[in-house]
Design a protein around this ligand. Structure first.
Ligand SMILES: [Zn+2]
Ligand SMILES: [Zn+2]
Ligand SMILES: [Zn+2]
Ligand SMILES: [Zn+2]
Length: 199
């Protein structure tokens, strides 16, 4: 049961539309197709109702494979090929065939997201023989570039800027002189919490 309006049963075209995959016997491309399902109102034993969707009971029809254009025999009814989805899938397969893939995590350039950072892989970074996504390149840099941390400054590697960035600093309280670690954005706090509360 689809619930478009929260808490209520919805019977709109969007909620009734579903997709399924029909593989091409010639090129193995998985064609995605869209179908608007039939709906009927159902009431359960407790008396609450909702729409139930079923695939239309109509004969299927052959169609042209989105990739190779050959005829695909098909027995299931659908309304249309999901051209947008098929196009995106085809472009991703092309990118894989052209080697636009991160050698470490397999993320595909222009299609996938780099792990851990909410950024699409728009660029691959060459390290020796390998092409890496930004996230894996960040792993490589974090292992390779020396960590500039010292006794009073802690750095963290930022996988978005691909740099070591100051994260925590050790500073003395201006009143009691006690040393304590501060997050870099809290450097303005000159007094330790004990002295701050004491004023
Ligand atoms: Zn809806
Ligand atoms: Zn095909
Ligand atoms: Zn990667
Ligand atoms: Zn203090």
């Amino acid at each position: 049961m689809a619930n478009h309006d929260f808490g209520g049963a919805c019977n709109c075209q969007e909620c009734r539309t579903t997709s399924f995959v029909i593989p091409c016997p010639h090129c193995a491309f998985e064609n995605s197709v869209l179908v608007v399902q039939d709906s009927h109102w159902e009431t359960d034993r407790k008396g609450s109702g909702g729409y139930s969707f079923t695939l239309p009971n109509k004969p299927g029809h052959d169609f042209e494979c989105f990739k190779c254009g050959n005829r695909v025999p098909n027995t299931l009814y659908f309304d249309e090929i999901d051209a947008e989805w098929c196009k995106t899938k085809l472009e991703r397969q092309d990118a894989i065939e052209r080697g636009q893939v991160c050698a470490r995590c397999g993320a595909v350039k222009g299609h996938d997201y780099a792990k851990g950072i909410i950024e699409k892989v728009e660029q691959l970074y060459t390290v020796g023989e390998e092409n890496l996504c930004k996230s894996c390149y960040g792993d490589y840099l974090a292992e390779t570039l020396p960590d500039p941390s010292d006794a009073d400054n802690r750095y963290a590697f930022n996988r978005r800027t691909l740099k070591w960035e100051l994260a925590r600093v050790k500073r003395a309280c201006s009143v009691c002189g006690k040393m304590r670690w501060l997050n870099v954005e809290n450097q303005w706090k000159t007094k330790c919490s004990k002295c701050y509360k004491g004023t």
